[in-house]
Design a protein. Structure first.
Length: 251
């Protein structure tokens, strides 16, 4: 009974932040609705992903080994087709609740990913700061002009899923570094692999973390000089911190 009361208090304490996040998700979708009634996807890159989604659906969830509609006389199918599979997956979900089409699902799919991006960005900001920081991170991300222009309804290019997986992979990696448990490490690996499957440049998150790991000692030295106006460095403490940060990568 005490555990239930504690859980209810925690939910009530976080309720304003949950409601604020819902509002941010609503705003993220609302600003992208002006193209929702488009009869088809909006550009040639979105059409490329829609075309592959149609091929996946028509061929029993498998892509052909040769893409006859790209160049001449075609070319091998790309390995990074997670986004096209995601569109088909969303279609299968939506078709249970309405008589939608794959085209309509492709038009709606960027809105789904932007909503998920807001949630992922919130968790990253919350993990690094607090609930308020999470809300600010989510709001700034979903209203970034460069993302708004490439995630309108109907623009089913990879921009929206890349934004989502970028924040999701950062959250998963930070969580693995913080918890250092097998479950969080496996979770981080799976999320990063999903990122790569959806976008060939999905190794970006791991590259950034790797670069940061090796740059950390130099950053700490510079930080110490700026804050203390001294060149005296505690190298023992510095190496201890570096070892703790880099341990999940090498051990």
């Amino acid at each position: 009974m005490d555990d239930l009361k504690t859980s209810l208090r925690k939910i009530l304490r976080n309720l304003p932040y949950i409601l604020a996040l819902i509002v941010i998700v609503y705003i993220a979708i609302w600003v992208r609705l002006s193209t929702i009634n488009s009869p088809t996807v909006l550009d040639y890159d979105p059409w490329w992903f829609y075309r592959h989604a149609q091929e996946i659906f028509d061929n029993g969830m498998r892509l052909p080994s040769w893409d006859v509609q790209s160049f001449y006389p075609g070319r091998p199918i790309s390995l990074f087709n997670g986004w096209s599979y995601t569109i088909v997956f969303l279609y299968k979900i939506f078709s249970y609740f309405s008589s939608t089409t794959l085209m309509k699902t492709a038009i709606i799919s960027p809105l789904v990913m932007v909503a998920l991006t807001a949630i992922a960005a919130f968790f990253v900001g919350r993990l690094l700061t607090n609930n308020l920081g999470g809300l600010v991170t989510a709001l700034f991300m979903v209203l970034a002009p460069s993302l708004v222009g490439t995630s309108m309804a109907g623009y089913c290019d990879t921009d929206a899923p890349v934004a989502f997986y970028f924040f999701f992979s950062i959250f998963a990696t930070l969580l693995a570094l913080k918890k250092k448990s097998l479950a969080t490490i496996v979770f981080a690996v799976l999320v990063n692999l999903l990122f790569v499957w959806n976008w060939g440049g999905g190794w970006l998150t791991l590259i950034l973390f790797t670069v940061f790991t090796f740059a950390l000692p130099f950053f700490r030295i510079l930080e110490n000089i700026v804050h203390t106006f001294s060149f005296k460095i505690d190298f023992k403490l510095l190496m201890q911190e570096w070892f703790e940060i880099s341990k999940p990568m090498f051990f």
